[in-house]
Each structure stands twice: as C-alpha cells, then as structure tokens.
Design a protein around this ligand. Sequence first.
Ligand code: FE2
Ligand code: FE2
Length: 260
Amino acid sequence: MKVLFIGDIVGKPGRTAVKALLPGLVDKCKIDFVIANGENVAGGFGLTESLVAELFRTGIHIITTGNHVWDKKDFIPYISKDDRVVRPLNYPPGVPGNGSVVFTLPGGLKAAVLNLSGRVFMTGMDCPFRTAGPEIERLSAETKIIIVDFHAEATSEKIAFGYYVDGRVSAVVGTHTHVQTADEKVLRNGTAYITDVGMTGPSYSVIGMDVDQIIGRFLTSMPVRFETAQGPVVLSAVTIDIDNETGRASGIQRLQLTYP
Ligand SMILES: [Fe+2]
Ligand SMILES: [Fe+2]
C-alpha cells in the first residue's frame, strides 16, 4: 500500500491548498491511505468540528494532532466522539480522546495510526518511548501496518525514537517544527523515517504565522496575537510504500508542492 502523510495544515491557506491539491496527488501517486496532522487548522491554533469535517471531505482518512489539540475548548468533548482524530497517546491518564486508531480501508486492509508527543522542550507528557512499546504490541495483533506521528521539537529525540521502534512499525513521521528535514530513509529493519515532514501553510511566514507579528514579538517581547500568514502555500508531505503482509516499508519520498 501507499500512504500519504501531510504535515501540519495551517489555517485557511493550508486547508485551501489541501482541498485543491489532494485529489490530483492521490490520483497521480496512487495513494491508498491519507493521514494529515491537523493541530493548526483553526487559524493556526487547534481544531474545530466543522474544520475536521471539511478535511475529511477532501479525502483525508485520519487526522493526527499535537500540543495545539486543546486550543479550541469546544473541540475537547468532540475528540472522544470521532475516532478518526487522534491526540498524542502519552498524555497523562484521564485525558479525553484516543492516541491511536485502526482504520479499515476499502477492500478490508487495516492500517493503524499512532500519535505520540516528544517531551524535550515540551511539558506534561509521559515518556513516549515507554508508552509506545505496549501500544505497538497491542496494535500489531490487529495489523502490521502501523504509522506513527511523532510530534516533537528536538531532532535528537525524534531520531532516537525512530531507531527505538525500527522494525516494529511501518513508519515514523516527525511533525511539529513545521520545517521539512532532508533525512528521509528506510531504517535497517524496515521502518520508514523522517525527522519532520514540514507544514502545509503559507511559504512567506514564520512556521505559518505572519512575519511582521513574529519579528515584532522578538524585538519587543510584548504579547502579540499571532495570525496565519497569507500568500502562496507549500504543501509538505511524504509518501511511504509499505508491504501489506509484513508492514515493512520499502521507500519514503519527500514532497513539497506549491499552491497556487
Ligand atoms: Fe504544528
Ligand atoms: Fe505542535
């Protein structure tokens, strides 16, 4: 099977680009399964029920999240109702929502998506390494195809995690920094890996946000309301080829498409 993983979709510009580009991309690359990180779809901060519905209509099957998942308060009760939206598994016990999902594709093939957060420069999370092991084992009983969104700040933590689960999952795709890294590879035991897939948002921006507002913040240290930047968008993604039987990856390719 072929998976498309789209990096953090930022605001309306990001959503518009996905709507315009995704059908053609699915067709051209013969994509079976589409995952996207949606933690920034609502003006850069969080998600809403209606925006999630909008993303599913574009052809996305599963939405992963990260530290911005709770930014919109109304989304908190919603996340427990829709298993196609996952939040990092390693939030403390009692937090709403699920950290993983097993999705059945048309034709009956099952694929699992597991969302984890790093904890270097990110607070309040349980250990992603120790949390991942039992969950991967549980998911493996249902399917060998397991794609991990590892939402983390530090490159070292992401790289270490990739090696830690090599051969136990099909892919580890890093998210959160919004900057695509050029280190995609299939690790020794068959796990596809990239430190960060990058964002889907305005190119002329500071990780999706208005340039002048962010520079102003650095110059003055005053609180500033950040807004999504405007202008042409870069859609950042990877495609991953996975063996249906073994769950091992045979390739990972980086993509950056511009819109318009
Ligand atoms: Fe993000
Ligand atoms: Fe994030």
